[in-house]
Design a protein around this ligand. Sequence first.
Ligand SMILES: [Zn+2]
Length: 287
Amino acid sequence: MKWEGNRESDNVEDRRGSGGGGFGGRSIGLGTIAIALVASYFLGINPLTVIEMMSGGNVTSVQQAQTPAGAPANDTETRFVRTVLADTEDTWSALFRNSDATYAPPTLVLFAGATPTACGTGQSASGPFYCPADQKLYIDLSFFQLMRERFQVNSEFAQAYVIAHEIGHHVQHLTGIDEQVRRAQGRMSQVQANNLSVRTELQADCYAGVWAHHANQARGIIEQGDVEGALRAATAIGDDALQRQSQGHVVPDSFTHGSSAQRTRWFSLGLERGRIEDCDTFKARQL
Ligand SMILES: [Zn+2]
């Protein structure tokens, strides 16, 4: 992915201190954390719940990083995140302008260990997540390391896709879709509510593709192999792939993020056409 030298966003709040966080109490395997992290990121449930489920309970809480953040970090990974965020700001601002709306950019919070959010305590093991109540994206960069080591996804563009997916949730918040979904889910069975969650997630994937389409058109960010890398990420983190990894079989009704094939399909659709209106997963007969 070509991004060096492009604009960097100032909407980054760096809460990483030198102290870092960590799991207190009994030790948990990296594999457990990995699955919990990815599962919670893509299923939207508290990672500690997953860890407790997987390790039989009694996991003590994650300690919070106590050390205040020092000077703004300027390492490559931080600059990369700032640059991708700036690119989403420029892209979505233009797309919103096209429909006579104004894009209010979110803040991206970098943290390590745990951090307070308007959606409760954000845990390192949650992976990247978006909190609509404070309109902030929370990212512990160790998630990218996990993508590399656990899922063999070593691609900057795949990392950008993860950020762009969270930005997709912010767009859903700005357009009121998330609120509509929440209200509708209150009147449904669990299976129907899960189906709506899948559609919400696939739309965020499609929006990530829309971003990539326009960012590439404007700044030529996509290099050879990049799309394959992002699709590999979408495949590795589909609900069916995660379920197979964690329990050995697949239960479609409990999908809340969509299968690998669905995630790949909607991201590709957004990427190819670059049109927001093509991302109406709620009207789609077939996902
Ligand atoms: Zn999501």
